[in-house]
Design a binder for this molecule. Structure first.
Ligand code: HEC
Length: 178
């Protein structure tokens, strides 16, 4: 159990920022004019797994993780249909799942072949249990479809992970460590 790992502000701030900028919620003072462009430029400088670029943190209106940023309405729930084949890279998926500055699944879940937190159910037996792929995809993309109050990041809808990254994590979950 590792609650400090949950407090990585990077992923959450980025998610909120992406969501907010998509919704056009920034005041002109924060993102004058070409907000999207500016955000994309900063995003391009950030390498998954590395510290958030300082420029990004100064842009964010309230990057103190303990302060309520919360004026932003949550994005609408997204239902997604999985299209096969999975075609994910399990080794990359393992990296994404374990990296505190990337997917950080291990903060809340035990994973196949790797210990992790207990905020969420253990996924250590995923390769044996093999829940339906559509279910897993939706869970990671936007778990609010199953539980509106789920304490799991909304990886797809909020753009925390790309579709490719989600597929990589899924490949790791179903395959386990090789
Ligand atoms: C902040 C904690 C947290 C993080 C981080 C997190 N999860 Fe979860 N996850 C949960 C919780 C809590 C549940 C239980 C579902 C609920 O509340 O409805 C869950 C449920 C799940 C389930 C369904 C489990 C089952 O057996 O049916 C899957 C699959 C899953 N998470 C995968 C992931 C993956 C993959 C990642 C990383 C990309 C991740 N989770 C990151 C908290 C988390």
């Amino acid at each position: 159990m590792n609650l400090t790992a949950l407090r990585q502000p990077g992923a959450r701030c980025l998610a909120a920022l992406v969501a907010a900028s998509v919704l056009g919620l920034f005041s002109p003072g924060v993102f004058a004019g070409s907000g999207q462009e500016k955000l994309q430029k900063i995003r391009a400088k950030w390498k998954p797994g590395e510290a958030m670029v300082p420029e990004f943190l100064t842009l964010y209106p309230c990057h103190e993780e303990d302060q309520p940023c919360g004026k932003l309405p949550p994005p609408a729930v997204e239902k997604v249909a999985f299209k096969g084949p999975l075609a994910g890279d399990a080794a990359r998926g393992e990296k994404i799942a374990l990296d505190v500055r990337w997917g950080n699944c291990a903060a809340c879940h035990a994973l196949p072949g790797a210990p992790g937190g207990s905020v969420g159910p253990s996924l250590a037996d995923y390769p044996q249990r093999r829940p339906p792929v559509q279910y897993t995809y939706q869970r990671i993309w936007d778990g609010r479809v199953f539980n509106p109050d789920a304490h799991m990041p909304i990886y797809g809808t909020q753009g925390v992970l790309t579709e490719e990254e989600i597929r990589d994590v899924m490949a790791f979950l179903y395959q386990g460590k090789k």
